[in-house]
Design a protein around this ligand. Structure first.
Ligand code: JFZ
Length: 505
């Protein structure tokens, strides 16, 4: 008897614990000092502006552009901006490259105009990559642009030129700094950046600890310096914060973030800046997003809204496979086409994210021909179809084989990447959540020609889902680009649907 009571009690307890764990309302939240400071999205105007960008440009530029992945006749096919670690160059040789940095062809205004034509609404620039070289004249180190033959402040030139074109500027800043004697590299505790960062050196002695304190203050000074020198920038794009030593500084980094936000109202910082006190990055111990948007989608897009967890996010993408900085030889890598990049741009926006395309200018300050051509093609497409990308959200349509859909107000944009052979574009409309109501396509228009499209009843499937066929023009098969159809979806009473279809066909 006693035994039965014991097991009944145990069972009840387990049941209770399980129900707490499962129900979201009752989910126990662990109090955190340095986790997310907000649950859910930011709602202010600056973040709303970020959300509406749709398309951005990333620029990786630094002294690594001089070797461009090659040294003494040898080539590395690993990321060119990591060239210092390639084994092809000595550290001393690399650390003296800046003495040759003199990009005679650099024209910030030309880059900004090109980005504008491409349709980029924001630009992220590498002020300092892992090598520690500063593209601005930082007063906290000599390893800067001021001590190159070029001398001028490149960050300022770019901030001014892009801002003048109406493109918002964000500053990329690497926490990793190989040039600072106090910097310490440690293994990530949670390796959710998929990076296998080797070379762990725990801070075990007092000298290193003191050195790291100096490095922290140096980092803080540089960030304050950047926001002071370039007050028009909208945010900071951090990198290298997977470093284990940095991650253990949760309280200090959190306080630094607050300090930066206080001095620069509206500042936007992604999830790759700091860890919580348990070493959790991006999502804190409670699963809430740390800081303003999710930076985990790097060279990789989500496939569903569920995967985004409802967070704001951006995806940064290279044009070759994995080269951010300038690499002279792209012959061994697949180079994405404008089509690929447009598809990714629309896909990102159909899942409520921004898409950012990276450029790696060369040591003279030229943007290579391949990138120039790609930017131009994307820009030409965006000038006609940009409405399907800017300021949009995901639509109510489910993902369909022909492409991606986005929405703004009462318009749904269908961006077609796969043309149907029979010229009938079959659209599955969602089921209405309201009783006796049904979605119909009220009107359809080709974005490029502004011509109305014929919509026919497209039948239904076994599950009762309703379809419409949009009749494509006969010459559509000749079109070599993705195209956009704007439709207006409306919910009508089931009885009204027949009348609607008669009116349409
Ligand atoms: C980092 C850098 O190491 C790289 O050189 C480049 O600047 C890129 C934008 O950022 O590389 C990363 C960082 C994070 C991931 C992958 C590469 N990640 O989250 O998968």
């Amino acid at each position: 008897m006693k035994k039965i009571h014991f097991f009944t009690l145990l069972f009840c307890m387990l049941f209770f614990l399980q129900s707490i764990a499962q129900s979201p309302e009752k989910k126990m939240r662990i109090p955190l000092k340095h986790g997310a400071h907000r649950v859910g999205k930011r709602t202010d105007a600056d973040m709303q502006r970020w959300r509406e960008y749709g398309l951005g440009q990333f620029i990786h530029w630094g002294v690594y552009a001089i070797p461009g992945g090659q040294w003494n006749g040898k080539t590395t096919h690993y990321a060119a901006e990591w060239f210092r670690t390639s084994g092809l160059i000595t550290k001393e040789e690399y650390d003296n490259l800046y003495k040759q940095f003199n990009p005679a062809k650099f024209d910030a205004k030309k880059w900004a105009k090109q980005a504008k034509q491409m349709g980029a609404k924001y630009m992220i620039f590498t002020t300092k990559h892992h090598d520690g070289f500063c593209m601005w004249p930082s007063k906290y180190t000599d390893y800067t642009i001021a001590n190159t033959p070029y001398k001028s402040d490149i960050v300022k030139e770019l901030v001014d030129a892009y801002t003048a074109e109406g493109i918002d500027v964000y500053l990329y800043f690497s926490i990793i700094d190989w040039s600072h004697p106090g910097y310490q590299a440690g293994t990530a505790i949670t390796n959710d950046d998929r990076l296998n960062w080797a070379g762990y050196t725990a801070i075990s002695n007092e000298k290193d600890k003191a050195g790291y304190e100096i490095f922290k203050e140096f980092t803080r000074n540089q960030l304050i310096e950047l926001l002071t020198n370039y007050p028009t920038v909208k945010g900071l794009w951090f990198d290298g914060s997977w470093d284990g030593v940095w991650m253990k500084e949760a309280a200090w980094v959190d306080a630094l973030g607050t300090e930066l936000r206080d001095m620069h109202p509206g500042l936007i910082i992604g999830s790759r800046f700091r860890a919580d006190e348990n070493g959790k990055r991006h999502e804190d111990t409670n699963g809430d997003l740390i800081d303003d948007y999710d930076q985990r989608f790097e060279r990789n897009l989500p496939n569903s809204l569920a995967e985004t967890k409802g967070f704001d996010w951006d995806c940064v993408m290279t044009i070759p496979e994995n080269q951010w900085g300038y690499h002279r030889d792209w012959s061994l890598t697949y180079v994405k086409t404008p089509y690929d990049l447009i598809e990714m741009t629309v896909k990102a926006n159909s899942l409520d994210g921004n898409f950012v395309i990276n450029f790696g200018p060369d040591g003279d300050g030229n943007i290579r021909q391949e990138e120039t051509d790609i930017a131009k093609s994307i820009g030409n497409w965006m000038s006609v179809n940009g409405d399907a990308v800017y300021g949009v959200q995901h639509s109510v349509l489910e993902k369909q084989d022909w492409g991606h859909s986005t929405a703004k107000g009462d318009i749904t944009y269908l961006t077609v990447f796969n043309k149907p052979m029979n010229n009938l574009l079959k659209i599955k409309v969602p089921r209405s959540k309201e009783k006796d109501m049904i979605y119909v396509i009220e009107s359809a228009m080709f974005k490029s020609t502004k011509k109305a499209a014929v919509v026919r009843d497209g039948g239904r499937d076994k599950s009762g889902s309703v379809y419409y066929d949009i009749v494509l023009p006969a010459d559509i098969q000749k079109l070599s680009e993705p195209f956009v159809i704007e439709i207006k979806l409306k919910q009508v009473n089931k009885g009204e649907k027949a009348a609607y279809q008669q009116a349409l066909t």
